[in-house]
Structure formats: structure tokens, C-alpha cells
Design a protein around this ligand. Sequence first.
Ligand code: SF4
Length: 359
Amino acid sequence: MNASLIFNLSLPELTSLLTEWDEPTYRARQIWQGLYHNFWNTPKEFTILPASLRQKLSESLEFNILVPTTTLQSSDGETIKTLCQLHDGKAIETVLMKYDPSAALRQFKRDNLGQGRRTLCISTQVGCAMGCVFCATGQMGFKRHLSSGEIVAQVMYFARLLHDQGEVVTNVVLMGMGEPFHNYDNTMAAIDRLNDPDGYNFGARRLTISTVGLVPAIRRFTAEKRQVHLAISLHAADDTLRTSMLPINNRYPIKELLEACRDYITATGRRITFEWAMVNGVNDTPDQAHLLASKLKGLLCHVNAIPLNPTEGYSGKATTRQRANEFIDILSKSGIPCTIRLRRGIDIKAGCGQLVSQV
Ligand code: SF4
């Protein structure tokens, strides 16, 4: 852990740091609230603290750890992708997706929010070791894990931005660069920090972790019983095809993966989302749909089918509307809940890793 990043610290860690500095412990809570309630991101904003403590904070801890270098907005204005530089010069992407209030009216009535959904897609690693063939991040290989603070800081960056516009982040998906379960400890520490009722207090049920299917981590996640949603990048219903798209399938084949999913559902009572990037003529065939339906039968799940976001390192093309409709029709008739999701921000290369690769 890089202790100099303030977002790497939990409240107890911050409290013991202040004790080391001979400061009263209530100051830790004031700093915590400044960070997570007021979205202050420079020591000078903490005017509730004595100048000497502000000075100590600025000498000892790094606040502004994400330096936005490129921000792109889709032509419809609803997707904003930001490329941020980290302290070691490496870059990550974070995406904000805005949804019209009418599209999700029920949720917002329930949540009493007068705005549409504001979903952040955040990164957990620089690059990725999983090597999924269609993914720009996978194509660049693994560089390093993000610290918990670097994960938290992405949310706080956009929380601040939205706060200035009178809005809030409503959902966070860990589907950006990297495999969250490959960076398990830092990812869970970040989730717990975001979730802290004394801090940002972001509900676990508004978070979704997406994994390519690291079975031991799914089992650990099951045992830890967080309320966070789980999404699995499945993409193929037989091992030969899945291994050709997601090499990790060699290690954790579909049967083993679905057993872990079944155990997760039994233990938590929670529904799993299966992601399906639809590649024309590859995994959007009626055969794949029938096979998928037979494998998911009886599972509490939902399939999200998303036309592939094309990348330069992969020759596959997005499915057509007609093929996608036929695919979900087969699933629906077999009793598997399924939705075709829109690709967002295609004109700004919003697929994970595409902007970093380009830059
Ligand atoms: S799809 Fe996810 S797990 Fe696969 S290479 Fe890309 S970032 Fe990694």
C-alpha cells in the first residue's frame, strides 16, 4: 500500500496517524467528513482544521492522486470518459454514464432522487492479465494493481463533479480496466471504504463487481456475504469457444464456474448477471443460445447481451439487431430472463482500455 495516498486510509488508520501526530482523534472524523461528505480534495479546503494540521496533511499525504489528462464526451452527451494519470505516470480510464430519469423512473421514485441514473464504470488495475481477446485492456497486458485509494479516488472524482451540478452518483460498476477479483484485497477494501456509513455511505447494493470467472475468488466473495451485485462475463456456452475468447476458461471451465455461481445464489439468495458480448457469427448463434439456456436453467440469473464494442486487436464484429433479437428470443422462450443492452459511448471508445490504448 502506498501510505501517502489519503484515500488509501480507513478511518481507524487515519485516526491512528493523527494519534501519532499528537492530534485529537476527533480531527480524524472531521477530515473523513471533509473527504467523503464535502468532497474536499486539497488540504487548504479543510478550513475547519488548524493551519498547522493542514500543513502536516499537505506534507505527509497525497490528496489529488488522479490527474485527468483527457476527457471525452459522447455526441449525445450521455457518456463521459476520463483518462487519468496516476502518481507513477500510468493511466486508467473511468466512465460516467447518464441515463434519462424516465428510463428508470421506478428506481428513482423509490430512491427519492430527482435525477436520472448516474453510473460510474471504474478500473481496478492498470491493464489486465486475463487476456480476453476482444478487450483493449486485455490486449495491453497487465501493468499493476490499483491501490484501494486509487479505486476509491475514481468514485470521489466523479462524485465531486456531479455534486457541483447538484447530482449524485447512483451506481458504480467495477467493469473498467482490470479484473477486480485478481486484485481482491484492494477491491474489497475500496468497496468497504465507499460503503462506510460514517463516510461516503454508498450502498453496497448499488455496486456491481464484474468478473471473468475466477472461481476461488467467487467462493471467497460468497463466504464474505457482501451485498454487492455479482456479474459474470460468460460470453460463450461451450468450453472450446469460451477458451478461445477468454483464456481463463482453461483454468476454470464453465461447469466449475457455474457450480460456484449456483453456490453463490444458494448462499446469498442474490441473482447473478451473466454478461454476453455478442460477436457476429461467433457466439450469437441459435446453437449457443440453446446451449446457454440449458446451462442456466434453474439459476436465479439475468443475461445481459451487449453487441461487441469492436477493438483494433480483434477481428470480430458486433452482432446485428436481428441476430441479437433471435438470440434473446430463444433464451426468453426457455425461461431465461434476458435483455439487450445498448452500447454506450461507442464514438468515444468507451469500451474499457480503448482510450488508454489509443493515447
Ligand atoms: S474483459 Fe475484463 S477481465 Fe477480460 S481482459 Fe478485459 S479487463 Fe481483463
